[in-house]
Ligand binder design. Structure first.
Ligand SMILES: Nc1ncnc2c1ncn2[C@@H]1O[C@H](COP(=O)(O)OP(=O)(O)OP(=O)(O)O)[C@@H](O)[C@H]1O
Ligand SMILES: [Mg+2]
Length: 384
């Protein structure tokens, strides 16, 4: 991708085994062989490998075990609720604290999402994907048991922040963006066949105590196109406000649909605004539409920034971050970057943290003296 060409890219077409975020080459669930025969062979290999590798696989729990873990799904243990159903905090017999998601039998989601979630998370393992510990399919009951993420979802920390709560700092926002990009890069570039996540949004980015992010909710995930196919055709699913325009209109799903959703998440991180917010004025309700005019004029970039940051961000990184965001949000999928390129660019931003002493007064610099104009290393500003 030319826009990031000045950075050394980490393309790994011939990787023989899956690497997790820690760089460990363990668990070779997939070997990468892009031929059609190779794909069939790899999938068969996955099955064998997973039989051997039971240690990390999700195990089956009885409903009674989960009722005990949550004190009969006591309301005090309720930590959230989404389209699938309610989420409870619980303690397994082993003492492990977990999050238990119970399917709402009258809800919009169902058995199909349950099965996809269990299959996907049994095969995919990465430090930026939430770990599925187990599941329960007793009778009509459908429950999923995950590692417990103590800081909850990114949504909770970014929007409607209570006055007595510290808003997310710039460096933390970039750290979260990098981790989420790593999770997505694993799905797109290292899983074989690639996986299209389809439900990237702040509510599905869960945080540990150190604000390390993990992607959750794989019930909508799809295996990506194989062979000469450029896309998979599906019923349009996902969340309004995050869906790529071509996917919303035609149901044509590609890896670039996820890149668009990632752009929306980046925009939310930068602005502190929700992708869709009906409490805002008419022209501001759709975040992407509201932001587009700002993308065209670098002098207006600062007007996009979350006021809660109170100017505490490096202006140069902000400019790069907005340029990356604008590229992810290109109307035409072919102009959007690969997630691997986005990751490299974000890792560069993470290497340039905001240091209050070093940046005091820096954000009042005139736009003409910005390093992006002096030949900043990442992005050609003409691309957005
Ligand atoms: N593993 C987990 N650890 C801690 N909290 C969790 C975990 N999983 C979910 N939660 C909490 O439960 C809430 C609801 O999650 P859920 O995935 O069911 O719904 P959602 O993603 O908000 O919306 P929807 O599923 O309808 O798109 C989350 O916002 C989060 O606060
Ligand atoms: Mg969710």
């Amino acid at each position: 991708m030319s826009c990031f060409s000045c950075l050394s890219l980490r393309r790994r077409r011939n990787v023989r085994s899956i690497e997790d975020g820690s760089g460990n080459r363990s668990n070779p669930h997939y070997s990468v062989d892009s031929s059609e025969n190779g794909r069939k062979k790899n999938l068969a290999y996955n099955r064998d490998e997973n039989n051997i590798n039971r240690k990390r696989s999700a195990r089956s729990y009885t409903f009674r075990e989960l009722a005990t873990a949550t004190h009969n799904f006591k309301i005090n243990n309720l930590i959230g609720e989404g389209g699938f159903g309610r989420v409870y905090k619980g303690r397994l017999e082993t003492g492990q604290i977990v999050a238990i998601k119970q399917l709402d039998q009258n809800g919009l989601q169902g058995n199909q999402e349950f099965i996809v979630e269990v299959l996907m998370l049994s095969l995919l393992h990465h430090s930026n994907l939430v770990n599925l510990i187990g599941y329960c399919a007793d009778g009509d009951q459908r429950l999923l048991i995950y590692e417990y993420m103590p800081m909850g979802s990114l949504e909770k920390h970014l929007f409607d922040v209570a006055l007595d709560k510290k808003p997310l700092e710039w460096n933390t926002r970039i750290k979260i963006a990098v981790g989420a990009a790593r999770g997505l890069e694993y799905l797109h570039c290292k899983a074989d066949p690639p996986v299209i996540y389809r439900d990237l949004k702040c509510a599905n980015i869960l945080l540990d105590n150190d604000f390390n992010p993990k992607l959750s909710d794989f019930g909508l995930a799809k295996l990506g196109p194989v062979g000469d196919n450029t896309h998979v055709s599906t019923r349009v699913m996902g969340t309004y406000g995050y869906c790529a325009p071509e996917y919303a209109m035609s149901g044509k799903l590609t890896l670039k649909s996820d890149v668009y959703s990632f752009g929306v998440v980046l925009l939310e991180l930068i602005t502190g605004r929700r992708s869709i917010d009906s409490t805002k004025l008419q022209g501001e309700q759709n975040l992407v539409n509201w932001s587009r005019p700002f993308f065209k004029d670098r002098r207006k970039f600062v007007q996009l920034v979350d006021p809660l940051l109170q100017g505490r961000f490096p202006i140069r990184c902000l400019q790069h971050a907005i340029a990356i965001t604008a590229m992810c949000l290109q109307e035409q999928p072919k102009f959007r970057p690969l997630i691997s390129d986005v990751l490299v660019a974000l890792e560069y931003l993470a290497s340039q943290p905001y240091i209050p002493e070093a940046h005091s007064g820096a954000n009042h610099r005139t736009p003409s003296s910005s390093p992006l104009q002096q030949g900043g290393p990442i992005i050609s500003p003409t691309r957005y």
